[in-house]
Design a protein around this ligand. Structure first.
Ligand code: XIL
Length: 322
């Protein structure tokens, strides 16, 4: 049995993984990597790590390119793997044409609508969920100072979710997705308040994605994660762990791998035990394609499979937790 088989048996909808395109992760062409990525017993759900981001989808204004998204989405569909689509609106990985010019509010709103219209319509009925807005909050719970906030104002997310509903239809779950919202603190409370505001105003939202990018030894406890997820349950939104990985400070050691295994297990178990947590997605499963070493100096080995394709203690801990 693979992880998805175990997840489904435990009552979750899926256990999934991000998969990257070779243009951004050259080692993703490894046949062994591909074989595991396409094994629906291990991964019943797939997320493109990059291919559906704005800079790739709309590299020039009103010019749309679905090649990189399709390279991940289409084979997943063929394999019977669910797709979480990522993402429609973010402050990062935007094309130059969008960031190098000052647009007016009406212009930027029409750019936003046009982007969501094309991308969400193109992938209509292809995605279990869309991460509609990604990483909009600061650690203290205030809104991130990005072009969306500056030009459109604090209600820019309401526009994004309404556009997403309009063009993605009702069959796709609309998610807000962020990191450092896996325990109760200012940032996660800001997301709770966002959901409450949306409910009050009738803005559509179905789920909250807890990215769950963690560091060995400082991962929130099982109890803290469960308590946080439960807050969303009482608001009637589902939750998913959307980008789980647990990085270690290099050099790695058997002790660190043992701790990493416990950290993975705590998260997976919290999701399994929460009423409204639908599934867990790891932000890739093989260390050589992980984003971690490129972004966090001195950190790495964040995934379930080691470079030589052996399964780490964390893999078995996840399987046991399910
Ligand atoms: C990362 C990708 O994995 C990298 O390849 C890319 O260079 C940067 O983005 N939060 C997110 C993801 O929502 O989109 C990010 O993915 C990781 C952090």
């Amino acid at each position: 049995r693979g992880l998805d088989d175990l997840a489904k048996r435990a009552g979750l909808l899926y256990f999934g993984t991000a998969i990257d395109n070779p243009f951004s992760s050259p080692k993703a062409v490894d046949p062994k990597y591909q074989e595991i990525a396409r094994n629906s017993h291990e991964f019943g759900q797939v997320t493109p790590a990059n291919g559906q981001k704005w800079m790739y989808i709309e590299p020039e204004r009103n010019v749309f390119n679905y090649t990189y998204g399709d390279a991940i989405i289409k084979p997943a569909k063929k394999n019977g793997q669910m797709r979480r689509c990522h993402n429609l609106l973010w402050h990062s990985q935007l094309p130059d044409w969008l960031t190098s010019k000052n647009y007016t509010k009406p212009e930027l709103l029409s750019i936003m609508e046009n982007h969501i219209k094309h991308e969400a319509s193109y992938y209509k009925n292809e995605c279990y969920a869309w991460d509609v807005v990604n990483e909009a909050f600061n650690e203290d719970g205030t809104l991130r100072e990005d072009l969306w906030l500056w030009t459109i104002g604090p209600d820019y997310m309401e526009y994004a979710f309404k556009f997403a509903r309009k063009y993605a239809g009702h069959g796709t779950k609309l998610y807000y997705n962020d990191y450092n919202i896996e325990r109760i603190q200012n940032k996660s409370t800001a997301v709770v308040n966002l959901v409450k505001t949306f409910r009050k105003k009738g803005v559509p939202i179905d789920g909250v994605g807890l990215q769950a990018h963690f560091t060995t030894g400082s991962t929130p406890s099982y109890e803290d994660q469960l308590a946080n997820i439960n807050r969303f349950n009482s608001l009637g939104v589902e939750v998913a762990l959307t980008e789980l990985d647990v990085r270690v400070s290099l050099p790695d050691s058997p002790e660190k791998q043992a701790q990493q295994a416990k950290d993975y297990a705590a998260s997976v178990k919290a999701c399994k035990d929460a009423k409204n947590c639908v599934g867990v997605t790891v932000w890739d499963f093989w260390d050589p394609v992980s984003w971690v070493p490129g972004v966090f100096a001195g950190k790495g080995n964040a995934c379930l499979w080691a470079e030589d394709f052996t399964k780490k203690p964390a893999y078995y801990a996840v399987a046991d937790a399910l």
